[in-house]
Design a protein around this ligand. Structure first.
Ligand code: ADP
Length: 230
């Protein structure tokens, strides 16, 4: 006698493979009456009403594990692709921006460009981290001035994510010396001079990578699905 293969899964009965011309109706009750409470069974049926129930829970669990793993790997690949494609930069709101209450105005400019904040925090910077962050300037005569200024109040540090965000954020910041920066740039509109120039913005993709690691742990970065709503 030919047979049908059915799966009994989460209180539901699904037909898997037709190997039998004979039609049999399965009811949940049929299984419950037999005291079957497990979530996953494969069932071989014949014309015999006292059909044979073959428990395949372990096999099916293994299969479902392999399937889940495959799915996780595939979705991981896609997530990585998106992650690699999306550029990040580090912005620091310097003490002059904090004191003058420019955070909202500056942040609004970044949000209007559709950059997404994936990490943000307030921090008091000390000399050690400033030496690292401004390592290319430690030998300059004005380095002491930088440390004094940058540690004169807590700052807000954030990671922005977006298309070509490093270059675009630098353009939005403007020239280092606020007096030379164009109107319409952050430094040109709000900054005072070379030192008090409102924000730091990473100068390259490579610097941005280092700076993200310098200021943020992976737990402090958040990967909401921001990009899908644009
Ligand atoms: P940027 O911030 O535009 O990338 P730099 O990397 O050259 O510019 O300098 C880092 C920071 O050091 C500047 O943003 C500024 O705050 C400070 N700085 C640079 N040059 C001077 C200077 N001559 N006097 C005082 N501070 C300076």
């Amino acid at each position: 006698m030919r047979k049908q293969l059915w799966i009994f899964c989460h209180n539901d009965v699904k037909f898997i493979k037709n190997v039998n011309a004979q039609r049999l109706i399965l009811r949940k009750k049929h299984f419950c009456d037999r005291g079957i409470n497990s979530s996953l069974f494969a069932v071989f049926l014949s014309g015999d009403p006292t059909c044979k129930v073959v428990r395949m829970e372990i096999v099916m669990k293994k299969l479902s594990c392999i399937f889940s793993l495959g799915l996780a790997l595939i979705s991981g690949c896609f997530a990585n692709q998106e992650q690699e494609a999306m550029e990040q930069t580090v912005i620091i709101f310097k003490p002059d921006a904090m004191r003058q209450g420019r955070i909202g105005a500056i942040l609004q400019r970044f949000e209007e460009r559709h950059f997404h904040i994936i990490g943000i925090k307030m921090q008091q910077l000390g000399e050690d981290v400033l030496r690292e962050h401004y390592s290319h300037l430690v030998d300059k005569p004005f380095f002491g001035e930088i440390v004094n200024f940058m540690s004169s109040s807590p700052v807000i540090i954030m990671v922005l994510e977006g298309d070509n965000v490093v270059k675009r954020a630098r353009e939005m910041a403007g020239e280092t010396d606020s007096r030379l920066a164009l109107k319409g740039t952050i430094r040109g509109d709000f900054g005072m001079d070379k030192s008090q120039n409102m924000i730091h913005a990473s100068d390259s993709v490579e610097s941005a990578r280092m700076e993200v690691m310098r200021f943020f742990t992976s737990q402090e970065l958040f990967r909401a699905n921001f990009h899908s709503t644009e």
